[in-house]
Design a protein around this ligand. Structure first.
Ligand SMILES: Cc1cc2nc3c(=O)[nH]c(=O)nc-3n(C[C@H](O)[C@H](O)[C@H](O)COP(=O)(O)OP(=O)(O)OC[C@H]3O[C@@H](n4cnc5c(N)ncnc54)[C@H](O)[C@@H]3O)c2cc1C
Length: 308
């Protein structure tokens, strides 16, 4: 961290966050499923929404950019790291409360934990999300989905912090969910939690369905290699993985980054890949698929930080 302003911000934040909740010069490869990325200047792990608000307000006061992350499972962080403050929510703000046929989950709750809590309470409708390795906040923001369902189908409302520091409640329609997008992507809201509407089901059947979907993932996806899941969004009337395979790029490797030879929709880290190596593979895939089929693939993975 070379910027004096960020040093001052760190000192100020240290007055609010316990020493196990604030860090400087944090290697982002240990906070992302891709295992790629340089250092973030500062990272805080808030315990409640008040700490999130204070961290965001102080970042603004010190003119430092801030970035909220969940479990880092949809991120490619640049080799030169993230300037300013990273506010990481995964695991800390993670309470899940059952309320009849619904549940309320805080932003840092892992989808797998929410799904298991729903199962234990005989609530069906969240099985699709059990194998997605993200948090509630990241999943709402991305409108994460799998196996024919998505967050849009189960969200009743979302609580978020707006740019002015007010807590706002948005109903499902106001979230403007689309394919891997939401209103939260287009503004700077921080998702705090969400009410999820489920329905009564059978515990054993819910567990069996979660196991079935997990088995499908294990069969089809490169579970043994670091990635951020599907690298590209599904193009209209087509599949990214299919186009990449037809373009002859399944298994294409550049240094330590590669198009998975198990599922061409995943770019994987073969071990020690840099963000620039991953970007090289992503750009080669995009250019080649565009040349061959006239389809420009759009990354689903969020690229953050400094790449050069
Ligand atoms: C093996 C594997 C399989 C996957 N399978 C799927 C799948 O089937 N379906 C699918 O949709 N995705 C899948 N993904 C991608 C990823 O898990 C999802 O997009 C997930 O929802 C991201 O959640 P996260 O907490 O990790 O978010 P992060 O990766 O930490 O962040 C993603 C984005 O959300 C924002 N964000 C995170 N938390 C908040 C918050 N509280 N408030 C505001 N913004 C926030 C971040 O700023 C960032 O822009 C997979 C990934 C992997 C590695």
């Amino acid at each position: 961290m070379e910027n004096k302003r960020y040093d001052d911000l760190y000192n100020k934040l240290s007055g609010i966050f316990d020493e196990d909740s604030i860090f400087k010069d944090v290697p982002m490869h240990i906070h992302t499923s891709f295992k790629v990325g340089g250092n973030a200047d500062i990272m805080v792990l808030p315990k409640n929404s008040d700490e999130i608000l204070k961290a965001a307000e102080l970042a603004k006061e010190y003119d430092a950019p801030y970035f909220v992350i969940g479990n880092g499972s949809n991120l490619l962080v640049g080799d030169y790291g993230i300037e300013g403050l990273v506010i990481k929510l995964s695991g800390r703000i993670s309470n899940v409360e059952i309320d009849g046929d619904s549940l309320y989950a805080e932003a840092g709750a892992r989808l797998a934990s929410i799904a298991l809590k729903a199962q234990v309470n005989s609530l069906t409708g969240f099985e699709f999300a059990h194998g997605i390795p993200g948090t509630l906040g990241g999943a709402v923001m991305m409108n994460a989905g799998a196996y024919g369902s998505e967050m849009k189908s189960v969200i009743e409302y979302v609580d978020a912090l707006d740019e002015k520091g007010n807590i706002v409640r948005l109903c499902n329609e106001e979230c403007e969910f689309g394919y891997r997008t939401s209103v939260f992507e287009r503004n700077n809201y921080i998702i705090l939690g969400a009410k999820i509407k489920l329905s009564a089901g059978d515990k054993d059947e819910i567990m069996a369905e979660m196991r079935r979907l997990m088995e499908l993932r294990r069969e089809k996806q490169p579970f043994d290699m670091p990635s951020a899941g599907s690298t590209f969004k599904r193009p209209a009337n087509n599949f990214a993985g299919g186009l990449i395979e037809q373009a002859g790029l399944k298994g294409y490797r550049y240094k330590n980054a590669m198009v998975s030879d198990k599922h061409a929709g995943f770019v994987v880290n073969c071990g020690g890949a840099t963000a620039s190596e991953v970007m090289h593979v992503i750009n080669t895939v995009r250019d080649t698929v565009n040349e061959k089929f006239g389809v420009m693939l759009e990354p689903e993975v969020k690229m953050i930080g400094r790449f050069e």
